[in-house]
Design a protein. Structure first.
Length: 92
Protein backbone atom coordinates (compact mmCIF):
# COMPACT_ATOMS: atom_id res chain seq x y z
CA UNK A 1 0.00 0.00 0.00
CA UNK A 2 1.56 3.23 -1.14
CA UNK A 3 1.09 6.40 0.96
CA UNK A 4 -1.45 7.86 -1.46
CA UNK A 5 -3.53 4.66 -1.27
CA UNK A 6 -3.34 4.57 2.53
CA UNK A 7 -4.40 8.21 2.61
CA UNK A 8 -7.30 7.50 0.27
CA UNK A 9 -8.60 4.78 2.60
CA UNK A 10 -7.72 6.63 5.79
CA UNK A 11 -5.11 4.04 6.78
CA UNK A 12 -2.06 6.30 7.14
CA UNK A 13 -2.44 6.31 10.93
CA UNK A 14 -2.21 2.50 10.92
CA UNK A 15 1.27 2.63 9.40
CA UNK A 16 2.44 5.14 12.00
CA UNK A 17 1.00 2.96 14.77
CA UNK A 18 2.66 -0.14 13.31
CA UNK A 19 6.09 1.55 13.33
CA UNK A 20 5.51 2.76 16.90
CA UNK A 21 4.41 -0.67 18.07
CA UNK A 22 7.29 -2.47 16.37
CA UNK A 23 9.71 -0.28 18.28
CA UNK A 24 7.80 -0.66 21.55
CA UNK A 25 7.05 -4.37 21.48
CA UNK A 26 9.96 -5.83 19.55
CA UNK A 27 12.60 -3.15 20.05
CA UNK A 28 12.97 -2.75 16.28
CA UNK A 29 14.27 0.74 15.65
CA UNK A 30 13.97 1.65 19.34
CA UNK A 31 15.33 5.14 19.90
CA UNK A 32 15.32 5.93 16.18
CA UNK A 33 13.20 8.91 15.12
CA UNK A 34 10.24 7.75 13.00
CA UNK A 35 11.56 9.66 9.97
CA UNK A 36 14.79 7.67 10.06
CA UNK A 37 13.26 4.19 10.23
CA UNK A 38 13.60 2.21 7.06
CA UNK A 39 11.12 -0.27 5.77
CA UNK A 40 8.94 -1.26 2.90
CA UNK A 41 5.32 -0.57 2.15
CA UNK A 42 3.03 -3.21 3.65
CA UNK A 43 1.96 -5.97 1.31
CA UNK A 44 -1.58 -7.24 1.71
CA UNK A 45 -2.56 -10.69 0.46
CA UNK A 46 -5.97 -12.30 0.40
CA UNK A 47 -5.98 -16.06 -0.09
CA UNK A 48 -9.02 -17.98 -1.17
CA UNK A 49 -9.55 -21.63 -0.33
CA UNK A 50 -6.73 -23.72 -1.78
CA UNK A 51 -4.46 -20.77 -2.57
CA UNK A 52 -0.99 -20.46 -1.06
CA UNK A 53 2.32 -18.67 -1.34
CA UNK A 54 5.13 -20.89 -2.64
CA UNK A 55 8.27 -21.48 -0.59
CA UNK A 56 10.54 -18.43 -0.77
CA UNK A 57 13.02 -16.31 1.16
CA UNK A 58 12.17 -12.81 2.30
CA UNK A 59 15.77 -11.60 2.38
CA UNK A 60 17.37 -10.09 -0.70
CA UNK A 61 20.30 -11.93 -2.33
CA UNK A 62 23.60 -10.81 -0.76
CA UNK A 63 24.85 -9.04 -3.91
CA UNK A 64 21.62 -7.01 -4.16
CA UNK A 65 21.70 -6.14 -0.44
CA UNK A 66 25.31 -4.95 -0.73
CA UNK A 67 24.52 -2.88 -3.83
CA UNK A 68 21.49 -1.18 -2.26
CA UNK A 69 22.89 -1.12 1.30
CA UNK A 70 19.55 -2.51 2.51
CA UNK A 71 18.53 -5.93 3.76
CA UNK A 72 15.26 -7.12 5.22
CA UNK A 73 15.77 -7.87 8.90
CA UNK A 74 12.32 -9.06 9.85
CA UNK A 75 9.00 -10.07 8.37
CA UNK A 76 5.76 -9.50 10.23
CA UNK A 77 2.68 -11.59 9.43
CA UNK A 78 -0.68 -10.31 10.61
CA UNK A 79 -3.78 -12.45 10.23
CA UNK A 80 -6.94 -10.41 9.87
CA UNK A 81 -9.36 -13.26 10.36
CA UNK A 82 -9.71 -16.73 11.84
CA UNK A 83 -11.01 -19.92 10.26
CA UNK A 84 -12.49 -23.10 11.66
CA UNK A 85 -10.39 -25.41 9.43
CA UNK A 86 -7.10 -25.01 7.58
CA UNK A 87 -5.49 -21.61 7.45
CA UNK A 88 -2.16 -22.83 8.79
CA UNK A 89 1.21 -21.25 8.07
CA UNK A 90 4.19 -23.56 7.60
CA UNK A 91 7.83 -22.51 7.67
CA UNK A 92 10.42 -24.85 6.17
Amino acid sequence: LRPEVMQLFGAAHLTRRLHRDLAGVFGLGAGTPIGELTGEYPQVCHYRSGEYFSAHEDAFPVCEAQRSNYQRRATLLVYLNDVERGGCTTFE
